[in-house]
Design a protein around this ligand. Structure first.
Ligand code: C2E
Ligand code: MG
Ligand code: MG
Length: 388
């Protein structure tokens, strides 16, 4: 529906020397034949941009789309169609990731970036296919007494040439080419296998990409993995960002509900960084929310951020869901969270993400962390002195 509306709009703004085709997915290519000057390219781009940025009304809903446009000009940016297309693609990628620009014209530097990205995509594909992707675990503890209650699984990729590549770099690549579906399943399967050996009171949190919900049967694959690993659904939490609600709301809600019906908890990750965090709380009954580390980092520096944290913690108490604070890095953070009755925390202060062997060692040896012990610390024994 949306694509049809968009195509119609595009055809309307084209002039007689211009031609439009859909490449697949939500990608279109517009070709402009030999114009008098290069200066016409920006006007075509501007016309397209204007046409697509107008909201579309579809089945009673108003949809506003984001447009990214990349342009390559013959013969400067390529002498054959393949090169021109691939360079226009590189420019579009820049437009997509750049700040404040939705139109971008190719230059040689982009070629480098795109080539590196293609290489990463290829190499990641191989790593996932051969099952070599690693999973690290970061402890989560009660704010009250620092007792460990579980771990968050975080994907780790050791590239043969570049060393560890950050998930903030490779997850978007995997989301763009669909590899995230296999990658996400692999992370879930591996972490459930590991966690099945932990004491039964430890929970496991695993990140799920909105792409997995949109383009795969997540509920089915979770059920299969739980069955084959024997991991209890009651111990599993799936972390998902609110961007999952951007489109296909009904399908998303259906999937999240089937997960809840299985006994799996659903957590809103990165709370406070999106455009409509509060609205998302109404859309679905999350079991808990995870306040983004950007807020925690402002404790002690920014009154406004502290006030927002207080309100969110109060709100969650009234609405009946738990709050997990991420990015806890110092004692001042813990003190604030304790006084505001936040339940769970996670951060470098308690432990960095570690491989599963180190995680198991921690569990077996009583978790010596930064001078204090968890999980056996009893509530009254924790004073700032023995915790520091
Ligand atoms: P996230 O889910 O919000 O994970 C928390 C990130 O904060 C992790 O980064 C973690 O290492 C980092 N972190 C933990 N404690 C602290 C702290 O005290 N201070 C600071 N500054 N950072 C802290 P990481 O591992 O680089 O992961 C980044 C993001 O990549 C994750 O953010 C998540 O969105 C995504 N990601 C990681 N693994 C997966 C995965 O298996 N599937 C999906 N879909 N996404 C993943
Ligand atoms: Mg997370
Ligand atoms: Mg987060």
């Amino acid at each position: 529906g949306l694509l049809v509306a968009m195509s119609n709009r595009l055809s309307e703004v084209l002039e007689s020397n211009e031609f439009l085709a859909r490449l697949g997915g939500d990608e279109f290519v517009a070709i402009q034949r030999k114009s008098a000057t290069d200066d016409d390219t920006p006007t075509l781009a501007a016309r397209i941009e204007r046409a697509l940025e107008q909201p579309v009304s579809l089945e009673g809903k108003i949809i506003k789309s984001e447009v990214s446009i990349g342009a390559a000009i013959f013969p400067r940016h390529g002498a054959d169609p393949e090169t021109l297309l691939s360079n226009a693609d590189a420019a579009m990628y820049r437009a997509k990731t750049g700040v404040g620009t939705s139109v971008s014209i190719f230059d040689q530097g982009m070629d480098e970036i795109l080539r590196k990205r293609r290489k990463l995509a290829n190499d990641l594909n191989q790593t996932v296919a051969s099952g070599e992707l690693e999973v690290f675990f970061q402890p989560q503890a009660l704010v009250r007494n620092r007792k460990v209650v579980g771990f968050e699984a975080l994907a780790r990729w050791k590239h043969p040439e570049y060393g560890y590549v950050s998930p903030t770099e490779f997850v978007p690549i995997a989301e763009e080419n669909g590899l995230i579906i296999d990658l996400g399943e692999q992370v879930l399967r591996k972490s459930c296998e590991f966690a099945a050996d932990w004491p039964a009171d430890y929970r496991l949190a695993v990140n799920v990409s909105p792409v997995q919900i949109k383009h795969s049967d997540l509920a089915l694959s979770v059920r299969k993995i739980l069955e084959s690993t024997g991991f209890s659904p009651q111990r599993l939490e799936l972390e998902i960002t609110e961007s999952v609600f951007i489109d296909n709301l009904e399908r998303t809600l259906g999937t999240l509900q089937s997960l809840k019906d299985m006994g799996v908890s659903v957590v809103m990750d990165d709370f406070g960084t999106g455009y409509s965090s509060l609205r998302s709380l109404i859309a679905f009954p999350f079991d808990s929310i995870k306040i983004d580390k950007s807020f925690i980092g402002k404790i002690g520096h920014c009154n406004q951020a502290e006030e927002i944290l207080r309100s969110v913690l109060g709100l969650s108490e009234n609405l009946g869901f738990d709050v997990i604070a991420e990015g806890v890095e110092d004692e001042a953070h813990v003190e604030f969270l304790r006084s505001e009755r936040c339940k769970i925390m996670q951060g470098f202060l308690l432990g960095e993400p570690e491989c599963h062997r180190s995680t198991e060692r921690r569990i077996v040896h009583g978790h010596q962390v930064l001078g204090f012990q968890y999980p056996q610390v009893s509530e009254d024994k924790v004073t700032p002195a023995n915790a520091a």
